[in-house]
Write a protein that binds this ligand. Structure first.
Ligand code: SF4
Length: 237
């Protein structure tokens, strides 16, 4: 990727203002990656307010709760999203690496690799900027998250919700009357693949329900090419 990026253009921007600026500068080379999980609708709503045609990439690992598929369709319809791309793993990868479908229990990194990382790399080919919904309050290394950074593949990565906490998320949902993921009322705080998501988590420990019993805290789609968390531009590291 050879595109030159000027991150100073986005200094001090967050939320919808950051989405709007990246959309203005990158046009159809900007994509949004969404899990359609518990908090996802906030960023999706911001994107739809800017441009309903921003491509939205959903990684369909084949391991999601059925309720997530239902919710994805409902939110896409409600917000008028025009370009939701459901991206699946290569059947050949799954057949070769996880023929029994139980890899998430024994080697979740390898499972995320074939079901998330490789499909996302293919899906983002041709995009120069990407939006994600990570937040500093989630911890697990996200507390130093930059609002805008360059990812391991040389793309601009915008994090419009980096400064949002559980209270700000709840306020946004209420203000815009946005429907929650159906599993929220069943006690799920964050929602990913069913194999790796348990009930639980809270505003104080939001990621407690993800990959319980494993050291794993990230699926890998937010790490740089050399395996580190994307560095915080503010920290100058
Ligand atoms: S989150 Fe779990 S089930 Fe989903 S791809 Fe990663 S290891 Fe596999």
């Amino acid at each position: 990727m050879t595109t030159k990026h000027d991150l100073a253009l986005y200094q001090g921007l967050e939320g919808e203002a950051l989405v709007a600026s990246l959309s203005r500068d990158y046009g159809n080379r900007l994509a949004l990656v969404s899990s359609f999980g518990a908090e996802s609708v906030v960023l999706l709503h911001m994107a739809a307010c800017v441009d309903q045609a921003i491509p939205v990439i959903f990684l369909d690992t084949g391991k999601h709760f059925w309720q997530t598929g239902y919710y994805r369709a409902k939110i896409a319809d409600l917000l008028g999203l025009k370009d939701v791309r459901v991206v699946k793993p290569e059947p050949r990868d799954v057949a070769l690496v996880d023929p029994l479908g139980d890899l998430s229990a024994t080697d979740p990194d390898a499972c995320c690799d074939i079901r998330k990382m490789r499909p996302l790399q293919r899906a983002l080919d041709g995009f120069d900027a990407v939006l994600s919904g990570r937040k500093r309050y989630h911890g697990d290394g996200r507390d130093r998250l930059a609002d805008v950074s360059i990812d391991g593949d040389g793309r601009v990565k915008g994090e419009p919700l980096a400064a949002y906490d559980a209270h700000a998320i709840a306020n946004y949902l209420k203000r815009h009357d946005l429907p929650p993921h159906p599993l929220v009322e069943q006690g799920y705080f964050l929602i990913g693949c069913a194999d790796c998501t348990q009930r639980g988590g809270s505003a104080d420990n939001p990621r407690a329900g993800r990959w319980a019993g494993h050291d794993k805290t990230e699926c890998g789609i937010h790490t740089s090419a050399d395996g580190r968390l994307v560095r915080n531009q503010r920290d100058g590291v």
